[in-house]
Write a protein that binds this ligand. Structure first.
Ligand code: SAM
Length: 228
């Protein structure tokens, strides 16, 4: 467990978020945990190479066998502070979910492994714990303007098969209360980059050191903070 990278906005820890607790000091949790679907490259999902079956590009996501890691992290987070948690539509929703949003992936996503011709192009985004309720005008369908797969897609550019688009994360951050953002399953660091770009402080944890390095590279290559 160690502080791997730090700048004005982001602190990144290399280690197990179930043992490294600095992220629990944050005010809002925005995370894309291992979904618990035992994903492997070549299982028909979009992968870093933009290829489907037969690719040996990636052995899978750590702790993705079931939802234990996700649910244990949410237990640590507790029931009082708001959380946003990505998930697979076929896997059980996280505890204390109060609303489900849908991330509709770009047009190149989930082509390989389509069933009955339907692409695998949606993921769930759960609002967990208390959120303000009342009148709202924003659709619960979230879109990105970028591509996911192929050499120009985010999986390749950010070096993570499940990299999420920064613009989708920023639309979630924009709806979140003030304060520090936590992402205990940081992956390639899209939540941390999204936060820093809009001048929000963030704490990340990532178990795989190779991804920590990618995150540090992304954050140190970042242009000046954009307040938009
Ligand atoms: C779905 S990926 C996150 C992808 C990320 N949203 C992005 O945009 O790149 C989940 C990440 O959680 C990491 N992970 C799994 N178990 C962990 C744990 N106990 N503590 C910290 N990170 C963990 C995996 O290595 C993986 O990179």
């Amino acid at each position: 467990m160690s502080l791997y990278y730090e700048d004005e906005y982001v602190s990144l820890y290399h280690g197990d978020c179930l043992e490294e607790w600095a992220w629990l000091d944050a005010h809002v949790l925005i995370t894309d945990p291992p979904y618990g679907r035992n994903w492997k490259s070549g299982s028909g999902m979009t992968n870093a190479e933009g290829r489907g079956k037969g690719s040996k590009a990636h052995g899978g996501i750590l702790n993705d066998k079931d939802t234990t890691a996700r649910d244990a992290a949410l237990d640590l987070w507790g029931p009082h502070k708001p959380a946003i948690v990505f998930g697979d539509p076929l896997i059980q929703q996280p505890p204390r979910a109060v609303q489900a949003l849908v991330y509709i992936k770009p047009i190149d996503a989930g082509i390989k492994g389509a069933r009955a011709g339907f692409r695998r192009d949606v993921e769930m985004v759960y609002l967990v714990n208390p959120w303000t309720s009342g009148v709202g005008g924003s659709s619960s369908a979230l879109h990105s303007s970028g591509l996911v797969a192929g050499p120009r897609g985010i999986a390749t550019r950010y070096g993570h098969p499940h990299a999420k688009p920064v613009d989708v994360l920023q639309s979630l951050i924009a709806r979140s209360p003030e304060g520090v953002i936590a992402d205990p399953f940081a992956g390639s660091g899209s939540t941390l980059v999204a936060a820093a770009e809009v001048g929000r402080k963030a704490i990340g944890v990532e178990l795989d050191e190779a991804y920590c390095e990618k995150i540090a590279n992304r954050l140190s290559a970042q242009p000046l903070v954009r307040f938009s």
